[in-house]
Design a protein around this ligand. Sequence first.
Ligand code: PLP
Length: 401
Amino acid sequence: MNESVKAMNKEIYLDYAATTYTRREAVEAMLPFMEQTYGNASSLHSFGMKAKKALEEARANIAGVFHALPEEIYFTSGGTESDNWAMIGTAYANRLKGRHIITSKIEHPAIMNACKRLEREGFEVTYLDVDAYGNVDVKQLEESLRADTILVSIMYANNEIGTIEPIRQIGDIVKSHSKVWFHVDAVQAAGSVPIALDELKTVDMMSFSSHKFYGPKGVGALFIRKGTRIDAFAVGGSQERSKRAGTENVPGIVGMATALALAAAEMPQESQRLAALRDHLIDRVLSQIDHVRLNGPKENRLPNNANFSIEFIEGEGLLMRMSALGVAGSTGSACSSASLEPSHVLLAIGLPHETAHGSYRLTLGKNTTKEDIDYTVDALKKVVSDLREMSPLYHKNCNVQ
Ligand code: PLP
């Protein structure tokens, strides 16, 4: 057995795509808004006014990072709500114009299940194919746009295999048809790759989630470009310009703005550091373990994402054994890892069911070191070899005695 894997009491977190820790600066920025400046941002007394000021500063700062206008940022409870709102709110507001929606086969369940719900309500959804690397079929998009198409939603970057989609090109195609709204789920991209909404003029809506870039959980935003026709998400008070009622989560919003500003400032160095570690991980795994494939492209992928399919083993077993050795990875998106269904993303890129079942995602982050990666690869070699030792399929297919 490899000596380095014997080191117990290791705890290596490689599931940053599922969530990040909340960074200290964000926690510190939030605390005063829980303990001292706890007023309701809608109240007219000094407590309320101070909270309102912090809220609007956070909105302006977040808008600044994405080159948007402050009044185009609407706070939500996270990525799922932003995605649901964009899909359902746009569909309802434009239903008299048409009932056709286009998305891709590799979207997050927050988009997929919103589409399923809209289908049950009489909308028609086209799910675009992707190629073997997860790139959306832009030709099929062009052919699918119709007079009654009201909305296209394509993710900026995929949460499972890290593929970065050609959003600019997709937006140009969408807007070559009159008045089709374009939504982008940027939950995995924000904080990892630069996003400038003044240059991405074809994008009408974009979803963000704070806990993916070291902000607190339970807070996010939907960018809604001025002039976009979308229904309110929640009705009640007049918060968020009457489009998303409910007392604002001021501490969460302040934490999100703080984390985002830091992520944007650190991005040039940090994304380079992560991409180098990711490539080291990918190179070692592909060269030192046989019958392994990298899911997603080599270039044009999120700097922190590596996703492998490991033949003749089963993902859940691998995950548990890696976890026992102190490595926290995932077998797909966190939301679906409790289910035994193979990932819809891996099936969409053309993997057979058995191969899709043996997938393992490692996503790197601020605390990841080269030592962590080397330990992880050593552990993976051992676990794969142990599991294959017990696998009749491996013995049969690889002529191992
Ligand atoms: N969209 C994508 C691409 C995601 O990766 C996630 C979370 O994993 C979501 C949406 C949902 O975000 P949240 O967890 O903030 O609801």
